[in-house]
Design a protein. Structure first.
Length: 173
């Protein structure tokens, strides 16, 4: 597998990945994640270097996608991770892990201090995520508890604390 930056020709393939990876709210509808990625791409929160795809070598078939977008912690720069999607037939084969390692390394290289996500507490700690509350980062919804996680990067300092705000498309959908 190859992990690389999203290219304009990948947009339909990214939609297909998220359509297959996530459940639709109702029969005949597309998953929320599909519209979310489109809305994020159209927003000022989009960071092109942090939209990565995994593909098969030689045929460029997309098998996974991850994105981080601009967010904030008490007005300071941060990143919100998600969605992360992998085709069902390629899950549990290291695709998601490869995408996570790549996007975290890219975010670190861009000097963002912290990446925050809402995700399964049994999966994300392997990438250095821990409950955001341990870092003093407050979720927009208090019911998120352990699923609201943060990963400090090299530019992180202890004063990156306070209320977290996702990019506008997260709250508009």
């Amino acid at each position: 597998m190859i992990v690389r930056r999203e290219e304009p020709a990948d947009i339909e393939g990214i939609r297909a990945v998220h359509t297959a990876a996530f459940p639709a709210p109702d029969e005949g509808q597309v998953p929320v994640e599909v519209g979310l990625v489109d809305a994020l791409r159209a927003s000022d929160a989009w960071v092109p270097a942090l939209s990565l795809v995994a593909c098969e070598p030689g045929n460029d078939q997309l098998i996974g996608h991850v994105v981080c977008t601009r967010a904030s912690v008490a007005g300071r720069p941060a990143l919100g991770l998600g969605p992360l999607g992998v085709l069902p037939g390629r899950q549990r084969q290291g695709v998601g892990s490869a995408l996570m390692h790549a996007v975290l390394a890219a975010a670190d290289a861009l000097d963002f201090p912290v990446v925050v996500l809402l995700g399964h507490p049994g999966y994300y700690p392997r990438f250095g995520f821990r409950p955001a509350a341990e870092l003093g980062i407050v979720p927009p919804d208090p019911s998120w508890r352990e699923a609201f996680q943060a990963r400090p990067l090299a530019a992180y300092t202890d004063d990156v604390q306070g209320e977290f705000a996702y990019a506008a498309p997260f709250t508009e959908l």
